[in-house]
Design a protein. Structure first.
Lengths: 805, 339
C-alpha cells in the first residue's frame, strides 16, 4: 500500500509532522511504514518563470538565449529546448539549485546541482526543467511535454515555488499492511490510524446525495444466484458520459500513488479504490443484454475472453458477472472484452460488490490472473463499504461533470453484516498487558478508532470495517497500540520455578559435535530434501529400501523433491564442493535427520532419525575414522564391546573396506571408504572415508553414569605374542580368543605390530600383541598366567596361527 | 712436616682451581685423597712422627684434607652450574616456529548462534524441546488459528506431502505439541529446521531454522514478554542494546509485536548493516491467542502466556556479518574455519 502524505492530510488537516516523525509514530502504533520517498528530496531552488524574450545564440544554431522573469528579477538562460516560446511559463531551477534527474528520465541519486555557467560563450544563470528533470514522467504528468520543457498553465504564478505548485512538496509512504487490517488497504483506514496516532481530529469524506429523478431500477435488474460468494452487489447507472482528462488535483493524487492518470472515468474508479479500498468496475450499459446483471457460478469448462484479450477456461467454483445472454466479467478479478468501456461510451453501469475473499483468491490462483481488484477482494472486504464507495464515485462523477447520475442504487444485500459487540473488560485487559490503564483512557482510544461504547450493556461496538476485532485480547491490543508498546513496563514472569535444561538427546548431540571437532571435523549443514537421482549416484539397487521416500508434491524442482533417506548425498556433495575448490584435507560432520516413511504413499508422519555423519578426504584413513567413532562412543558412556562386521553390504562403499558398527547386538551405524565409482560420480579424485551413526540407538544406549573402579595396587604381568598367520585372518578373531580365554585376570591387550613383506611368506602376515594380566588383590605369579596362555595358544594353533621364533 | 702439608694443600688447591672439568676434579681427588693419594701417604708416614706430636700433625692432616675437600666441592658446584648453563644455552629454540596443532574442527555458525540462544534461555529456566520437521497440517496451521484457506497459508509458501502432511513452515507447531501434553507451567524453547518454498538466493533458502519460545503460566503478561525479550537481547547482543516493540499481526498471538534491536554494529547511529535505520528486526512475538490456548486444552480464563519466534540464520548472518545465506549450506571449509 502506497499513499502520499498529502492525501492523508486531506482527512487529518491538523497533521503537522515531518516525514520521519510520521513514519516512526505510525510504525509504533501498528501501521508499519516501510519507507518513504520525498518527491522534493532532490529538488531545490525551482521557481515558476516566464520567458520574456528569446534570441538566437550568436555561436550555436541549436541553442537559444532566453530572458526569464522569475518574479523578483529577470535571468538569462541558454537552452537547447525547441518547445519554448515567448510568454511561456516554465519551471526554472536557479543558480545553486538542484534537479532530481536528467532530461532523458534517468533519476540521479542525490540530484544534479545546477550552477551558472557559459554555454558557447554566453552566460546562463539556471535551467528550465522538463518533467523528467523534476523526477517524474509524462505518464504521471500527462500535461507535460513529451520531449522538452514542461510548459505550465497560463495562470501559474510567476516567482512562486514551482515544486509546491506541481505537488512535489509531498512524500509517498509505503506501508506494510498486515492481512488482518483490511480497512487499511484504503487511504481512509490509514488516515483514521494517523488521526488516532497523532491525537488529531479525523474528517473522512462527506458523501452527498447524488442522482437525478430517474430510478436506476428502470435501467438494470440484478439477480445474485450465489449469496455466499457474493454477499452484496451494488449498481448505479451514469448516463451521457463525457470522457475527458480528470482535473489536475485528481491527477496529482493518483500520480503521487504511482497510478497513471488515464481519463475521468478510469481515474474516478482508481481514486475510489485507493480511498475506500473498494474495487469498482464500469460496464458499457449498451453491451448488457436484457437490462440485467446475473451473478452466478461459471459452467465447468466455460470459455471467456477477459478485457486483456486472453481467452480463459473457467470452472464451476468461479463466480461470473453476466447479463441476460452472456458472461461480461469474472467477478472481482477482471471484466470482459465484450463489455469494456470505449472512448465513445454513452451510458455506464458502476458495480461495487463484495465477493468472498477465499473464493476470489483461489479463482485468481487457478486462472493465473491476479489483478489489483482481486488483490483487494481476497482480503475479505467489508460489504458495508461497497455502498459508500459507489456513492462516492457518483459524487465525483457529478463534481467532475463526467456524466449524469441516475437516481437510486440497486442493492442486493440479503444478509446485512451486523456490528460485533465485545464485552468491555478493563481489568482483564490490564491483567493481560501488565498495565494499569484507566477505563477512561481505554475508552478514549476506542473512540478515536470509531469503536463505540454502550454504557448500558458495557459493550464495545465494533464497526464492520474492523473485522479483525473479535475478543478481549484484540481490544487489549488496540489499547496497547495507542497507550504505546514502549510505555508498557518490563517485568519477568513470576510463579513456579522451572528447570532449564537440554534433553538427553541434545546433550548427546553436543558431545558428538565436541568429539568430531576435537578430531578435526567441522560442522556442515545440508538440505533435508534432494533429488531421487542420488540413489543411482550411490549405486543403490533398484529395490533398495532407501529408495522409498517421502515425496514433496510441490517441490522447487526435482533436485529438492524427496525427503532424504540417507545423509550420504549431503555429505558427499559438500566434500565434492570442497574438493572442486581445491581445499586440502577436508573433514566435515553433520547432525541432521533422515526421513523414513512408515508407509508408501505416506499417510502418517515419517520416522525422523538423527544421523551423525562424518566424512573426510586427504590426510587420514579408515582407522582414523574408526578412531573418531570410538572416541565418541567412549565419551557417551558406551564402553562395551564394539564389533565391526565387514559384511555390511553397502553398495556405495569399497567392498573390502566397510563395516557395520555393532554394539549390544544392534547395528548402530557403519563406516568405510566410499566406493571409487561413487567418488567418481561426485567428482572427488581422492579416497573418501565416511562414518554414519544412527543417533536414536546411541541416545538410547548412552549414559552419563560413571563409577570409579579403583586404581590397581598390584603389578601387572605382560606377555608379548608375535604370530604369523594367513592374511585373511582378521585381528578381531584373535582378540576374540584373548577375551574368551583371558578370564578375570585379563586386563587389556594391544596390537603393536602388523607386518607383511620380506621375511614373511607371501599370503601371510605377522601380528604382535601385548597382553596385560592383573589381579586386584595380589601379585600374580607364573602359575596364574601359564594355564591361560596355554589355552590362548591352543586356540591360536587351531586357527593355524604360528608363533614367531 | 708442617711445611710439607702446606705445600700439598697449596698445590692441590691450585690444581683444583685450574681443573676445568668434573673428570679432572675426580683425578685430583684420587691423587690427593685416594687410598694411594698424597695425603694418605703422609698419614702412613705418621709412624716416624714423635708420639707427642702425632695429635697435632693428625689435626694438621685433617685440616688439609678438609680444605681440599671443601675446595673440591666448591669447584664441583661451580662446574655443574656452568655445565647446566651451557646446556640451557645450547637448547634455545625459535619460539616463533609454527605450533604443532591438532587442527580442531569448527562449529557451524548457525549452531554457535543457537547454543548462545539456548544458553540464555536455559539460564532463565527454559527447557529445550523438539518436534517433527514433517508435520501435520493441523499442528502447523489449524491449531495455530490459521484455518484452511487462510491467506497466511499462502504467504508461507508451504511444501506439501499430501493434504494433511506438510514440511513445517515454522517451529510454532512445537508450541501446540507441548501445550497438548497438559503439563503446566511451560517454559520452553524449540529450535529446529523449517521449510518454505523460496528459491535459493543471497537472502533466501527453502530450508532454514527458527527458535520458538513459549511460556504458559498463571498471570503471564505482555510486560513479562517485554522484560524477557529485552533481557534476551541484552545477553545476546550486549548490555547497551535497546529494544523496540512494534505492533504487528500473527494469527496465533494477540496482542502481537515485532521486535527491533539497536544495530549492534553502529549502536543505533545508522550504518550499512541496518540500512541507515539504526534498528534491526530480530523476532516476532505476542501473547498466545486465547483460541490457540483453548484448542490445545488450556483454559484462557485461568492461564495466559507468550510466544516468540526467532530466525536463527538471521541472527547468525547479522552477528557474524555473513553477507550471503548460501554460504551457510555450501560447507566450504574456508568458510567454516572462520568460526
Amino acid at each position: 500500500m502506497n499513499t502520499p502524505l498529502s492525501w492523508i492530510k486531506a482527512y487529518v488537516p491538523d497533521l503537522d509532522v515531518t516525514n520521519q516523525q510520521y513514519m516512526d509514530a505510525m510504525t509504533l502504533s501498528g501501521t508499519k511504514v516501510e519507507g518513504f520517498h520525498a518527491f522534493d528530496a532532490d529538488l531545490d531552488k525551482i521557481v515558476i518563470g516566464q520567458i520574456d524574450k528569446i534570441e538566437k545564440h550568436p555561436d550555436a544554431d541549436k541553442l537559444v538565449v532566453c530572458q526569464v522573469n522569475v518574479g523578483n528579477e529577470t535571468v538569462q538562460i541558454v537552452t537547447g529546448a525547441t518547445n519554448v516560446f515567448e510568454g511561456a511559463k516554465i519551471p526554472v531551477v536557479l543558480d545553486g539549485g538542484r534537479v532530481a534527474g536528467s532530461h532523458d528520465g534517468k533519476i540521479i541519486e542525490g540530484g544534479i546541482k545546477i550552477k551558472k555557467g557559459k554555454l558557447r560563450g554566453v552566460e546562463s544563470f539556471g535551467m528550465m526543467c522538463s518533467i523528467e528533470e523534476l523526477g517524474s514522467t509524462t505518464d504521471m504528468y500527462p500535461d507535460a511535454a513529451e520531449d522538452g520543457i514542461y510548459i505550465l498553465k497560463e495562470d501559474a504564478p510567476v516567482g512562486e515555488d514551482a515544486i509546491a505548485y506541481l505537488g512535489f512538496r509531498d512524500a509517498n509512504f509505503e506501508y506494510e499492511v498486515t492481512s488482518n487490517r483490511v480497512d487499511c488497504f484504503g487511504i481512509i483506514g490509514i488516515a483514521r490510524e494517523a488521526a488516532a496516532t497523532f491525537r488529531k481530529p479525523f474528517y473522512p469524506p462527506v458523501i452527498t446525495h447524488t442522482g437525478n429523478n430517474e430510478d436506476v431500477h428502470d435501467y438494470i435488474q440484478v439477480d445474485v444466484k450465489d449469496n455466499e460468494l457474493c454477499p452484496r452487489y451494488c449498481a448505479r447507472v451514469v448516463k451521457n458520459v463525457k470522457i475527458a482528462p480528470s482535473p489536475e488535483w485528481m491527477q496529482r493524487r493518483l500520480a503521487a500513488c504511482g497510478i497513471r492518470p488515464i481519463n475521468n472515468l478510469v481515474d474516478i474508479t482508481n481514486y475510489v479504490m485507493e480511498e475506500y479500498g473498494q474495487p469498482m468496475h464500469a460496464y458499457d450499459l449498451s453491451t448488457l443484454a436484457g437490462k440485467q446483471i446475473i451473478v452466478r457460478r461459471a459452467e465447468s469448462g466455460e470459455q471467456f475472453q477477459t478485457l486483456d484479450g486472453q481467452l480463459r477456461t473457467l470452472d464451476d467454483n468461479m463466480l461470473m458477472i453476466c447479463d441476460a445472454d452472456k458472461a461480461v466479467g469474472v467477478a472481482g478479478i477482471m471484466g470482459g472484452e465484450n463489455s469494456k468501456i470505449t472512448d465513445d461510451v454513452k451510458d455506464i453501469l458502476f458495480e461495487a460488490a463484495c465477493f468472498d475473499g477465499t473464493n476470489i483468491r483461489l479463482s485468481a490462483k487457478r486462472l493465473g490472473l491476479r489483478t489489483d481488484a482481486s488483490g483487494k477482494f481476497e482480503k475479505g472486504l467489508d460489504p458495508n463499504n461497497a455502498m459508500d464507495a459507489i456513492n462516492r464515485a457518483c459524487q465525483l462523477i457529478e463534481e467532475l461533470g463526467a456524466g449524469e447520475v441516475v437516481g437510486g442504487v440497486v442493492d442486493v444485500y440479503p444478509n446485512v453484516r451486523q456490528e460485533r459487540k465485545i464485552l468491555f473488560e478493563p481489568e482483564k485487559m490490564n491483567q493481560l498487558l501488565g498495565t494499569n490503564i484507566s477505563n477512561e483512557e481505554m475508552l478514549g482510544y476506542f473512540k478515536m478508532l470509531d469503536l463505540k461504547y454502550d454504557a448500558d450493556t458495557n459493550e464495545v461496538i465494533i464497526p464492520t470495517f474492523r473485522q479483525d476485532l473479535e475478543c478481549m485480547a484484540d481490544l487489549a491490543e488496540e489499547v496497547a497500540r495507542f497507550y504505546g508498546y514502549d510505555n508498557i513496563p518490563t517485568t519477568l514472569p513470576k510463579g513456579e520455578a522451572t528447570t532449564g535444561k537440554l534433553s538427553h538427546k541434545l546433550r548427546i548431540e553436543r558431545i558428538a559435535s565436541d568429539i568430531a571437532e576435537f578430531c578435526g571435523f567441522s560442522q556442515a549443514m545440508t538440505y533435508s530434501f534432494e533429488s531421487p537421482k542420488v540413489f543411482d549416484k550411490l549405486l543403490l539397487a533398484e529395490d533398495d529400501k532407501m529408495r522409498q521416500t517421502v515425496v514433496i508434491t510441490n517441490p522447487l524442482g526435482e533436485d529438492f523433491s524427496i525427503m532424504r533417506t540417507t545423509s550420504l548425498n549431503g555429505m558427499l556433495t559438500s566434500l565434492a564442493t570442497n574438493y572442486n575448490r581445491r581445499n586440502k584435507d577436508v573433514r566435515l560432520y553433520e547432525l541432521g535427520n533422515i526421513y523414513l516413511p512408515k508407509d508408501v504413499p505416506v499417510t502418517q508422519l515419517p520416522e525422523e532419525r538423527m544421523q551423525f555423519t562424518l566424512g573426510m578426504y586427504g590426510e587420514g584413513d579408515f582407522f582414523h575414522m574408526k578412531g573418531v567413532v570410538e572416541e565418541f562412543l567412549d565419551k557417551v558412556g558406551m564402553n562395551g564391546k564394539i564389533i565391526y562386521d565387514p559384511n555390511a553390504g553397502k553398495n556405495y562403499l569399497h567392498p573390502g573396506r566397510q563395516a557395520n558398527i555393532i554394539y549390544d547386538s544392534e547395528v548402530i551405524g557403519y563406516l568405510g571408504e566410499v566406493h571409487p565409482e561413487v567418488a567418481d560420480n561426485y567428482d572427488i579424485g581422492d579416497r573418501v572415508y565416511i562414518a554414519v551413526l544412527d543417533m536414536p540407538y546411541i541416545v538410547e544406549k548412552s549414559t552419563f553414569e560413571r563409577k570409579y573402579e579403583g586404581i590397581a595396587n598390584y603389578p601387572a604381568v605382560t606377555r608379548d605374542l608375535s604370530m604369523v598367520m594367513e592374511k585373511s585372518i582378521m585381528v578381531g578373531q584373535i582378540e576374540e580368543i584373548f577375551e574368551k580365554r583371558g578370564g578375570k585376570l585379563l586386563e587389556s591387550f594391544h596390537l603393536f605390530d602388523v607386518y607383511e613383506g620380506a621375511q614373511i611368506e607371501s599370503g601371510f602376515k605377522s601380528v604382535a600383541y601385548s597382553i596385560v594380566f592383573r589381579a586386584k588383590d595380589r601379585t600374580l605369579e607364573e602359575k596364574d598366567i601359564t594355564p591361560i596362555m596355554e589355552k590362548i595358544l591352543k586356540d591360536l594353533k587351531e586357527m593355524g596361527i604360528k608363533l614367531r621364533g | 712436616m708442617k711445611e710439607k702439608l702446606k705445600a700439598i694443600r697449596d698445590e692441590a688447591i691450585t690444581k683444583i682451581q685450574q681443573s676445568g672439568s668434573l673428570d679432572k676434579l675426580n683425578e685430583i681427588r684420587v691423587a690427593y685423597l685416594g687410598k694411594k693419594g698424597e695425603l694418605t701417604e703422609v698419614l702412613k708416614g705418621m709412624k716416624s712422627v714423635a708420639p707427642e706430636d702425632r695429635p697435632k700433625v693428625g689435626q694438621l692432616v685433617n685440616e688439609t684434607r678438609t680444605a681440599i675437600e671443601e675446595k673440591l666441592e666448591e669447584l664441583k658446584t661451580q662446574l655443574a652450574k656452568a655445565a647446566r648453563e651451557a646446556q640451557l644455552k645450547s637448547e634455545v629454540i625459535d619460539v616463533t616456529l609454527p605450533a604443532k596443532k591438532n587442527n580442531v574442527g569448527h562449529r557451524h555458525p548457525n549452531t554457535i548462534a543457537l547454543e548462545e540462544v539456548e544458553r540464555i534461555f536455559i539460564g532463565m529456566g527454559y527447557e529445550v524441546v523438539e518436534g517433527p520437521e514433517v508435520e501435520y497440517d493441523y499442528y502447523n496451521f489449524e491449531a495455530l488459528n490459521i484455518p484452511a484457506n487462510h491467506p497466511a497459508k499462502d504467504e508461507q509458501d508451504t511444501f506439501y506431502i499430501n493434504d494433511q502432511i506438510v514440511l513445517r513452515t515454522q517451529t510454532s507447531p512445537v508450541q501446540v505439541r507441548e501445550m497438548e501434553k497438559g503439563k503446566l507451567p511451560i517454559r520452553m524453547i524449540a529450535p529446529g529446521r523449517v521449510f518454505r518454498s523460496d528459491e535459493v538466493d543471497a537472502t533466501h533458502s527453502p530450508s532454514f531454522h527458527q527458535i520458538e519460545g513459549l511460556v504458559i503460566d498463571k498471570n503471564i503478561t505482555f510486560a513479562d514478554l517485554k522484560g524477557t525479550l529485552e533481557q534476551f537481547a541484552k545477553e545476546l547482543f550486549g548490555e547497551h542494546t535497546k529494544v523496540k516493540f512494534r505492533p504487528h499481526h500473527f494469527p496465533f498471538t494477540e496482542p502481537s509485536a515485532e521486535v527491533d534491536v539497536t544495530c549492534f554494529k553502529c549502536g543505533g547511529k545508522g550504518c550499512r548493516m541496518c540500512k541507515g535505520e539504526g534498528w534491526i528486526e530480530i523476532l516476532g512475538c505476542g501473547m498466545v491467542h486465547p483460541r490457540v490456548l483453548r484448542m490445545s486444552g488450556i483454559n484462557p480464563e485461568e492461564y495466559s502466556g507468550f510466544a516468540f519466534g526467532v530466525g536463527l540464520e538471521r541472527i547468525a548472518l547479522l552477528k557474524y556479518e555473513i553477507d550471503d545465506m548460501r554460504l551457510l549450506y555450501e560447507n566450504d571449509s574456508r568458510f567454516l574455519s572462520q568460526f
